[in-house]
Design a protein around this ligand. Structure first.
Ligand code: B12
Length: 215
């Protein structure tokens, strides 16, 4: 099967909420040598974007979103082990969280996996993480980078709250702050004083590597 066919099939399996196909095609694609990053981004993530559109149009309901997320998790379980380690030295440390009030974690999970294969130590605080917990984790783990994810416009202001709390704790100068999640715009990131807003997981990880690599 051509690479494109695997990608289309992976995408379709998310849209069709098809557990069996996602696992089968993901396994076949990995054995055929398809780049796991493409399988994730051009296959499963783009399928999830269609699920979101269907939800907006009223064709899918919350129950379908829940199942689509579970289908994607199964697909990721197959693909993640195929992400190759990029260099053996430890690059740096990242504290990452989905902000308070927000339970979306697929994007954060993908970023976390990619950061780890690139040599980062990642402290993943999970979802719905209160500002104080992020600050406590920064104090405890002394990371190079703080990553935050938000998928709800309502929870985006929490990202600004974290940056203000970092300043108040005198940690803002010691860490880079990277934001992600579809509603987070460049303008928003700049307005709250973040260092970067990732277009997607791959681009975000590239930026993190750049930050910790001596010029
Ligand atoms: C799956 C899903 C869910 C699942 C989440 C399961 C899970 N474990 O994550 C469930 C069913 C739980 C859910 C619940 C809800 N959802 Co929802 N959900 C989605 C959906 C369809 C897909 C999101 C997703 O996972 N995409 C795939 C991932 C891989 O993409 P991503 O998160 O964007 O991440 C990529 C990048 O953004 C980036 N990235 C993400 N984070 C970070 C962080 C860093 C540091 C970096 C570098 C990069 C990065 O990397 C990723 C890969 O490239 C979206 C629709 C959409 N178009 O986004 C709606 C959506 C986000 N949900 C929405 C809503 C309204 C809700 C609910 C309020 C629904 C309800 N009535 O209860 C609840 C809220 C629950 C809560 N408190 O959080 C709205 C948000 C509207 C808004 N603008 O605020 C959306 C846009 C749907 C819609 N069109 O209305 N949802």
């Amino acid at each position: 099967m051509a690479v494109e066919k695997y990608l289309v099939s992976l995408k379709g399996s998310i849209v069709n909420l098809d557990f069996d196909t996602v696992v089968k095609v993901a396994q076949e694609a990995m054995e055929a040598g398809v780049d796991p990053r493409r399988a994730i981004n051009e296959g499963m993530v783009s399928g999830m974007a269609i699920v979101g559109e269907k939800f907006e149009k009223g064709e899918y309901f919350l129950s379908e979103l829940v199942v689509a997320a579970e289908v994607m998790k199964e697909g990721l379980k197959v693909v993640n082990p195929y992400l190759k380690e990029e260099g053996s030295q430890r690059l740096g440390k990242v504290v990452i969280a989905t902000v308070e009030g927000d339970h979306h974690d697929l994007g954060k999970g993908i970023v976390t996996s990619l950061l780890r294969v690139h040599g980062f130590e990642v402290v993943d605080l999970g979802v719905d993480v209160a500002t104080e917990r992020i600050i406590d984790a920064v104090k405890e783990h002394q990371p190079d980078i703080v990553g935050m994810s938000a998928l709800l416009t309502l929870t985006m202001p929490k990202m600004g709250e974290v940056i203000e709390a970092l300043k108040a704790a005198s940690f803002r100068e010691k860490v880079k702050v990277i934001l992600g999640g579809t509603p987070v715009t460049l303008e928003f990131a700049e307005s709250i004083g973040a260092d970067h807003r990732a277009v997607n997981a791959l681009e975000g990880v590239k930026k993190c590597v750049e930050w910790v690599t001596p010029q």
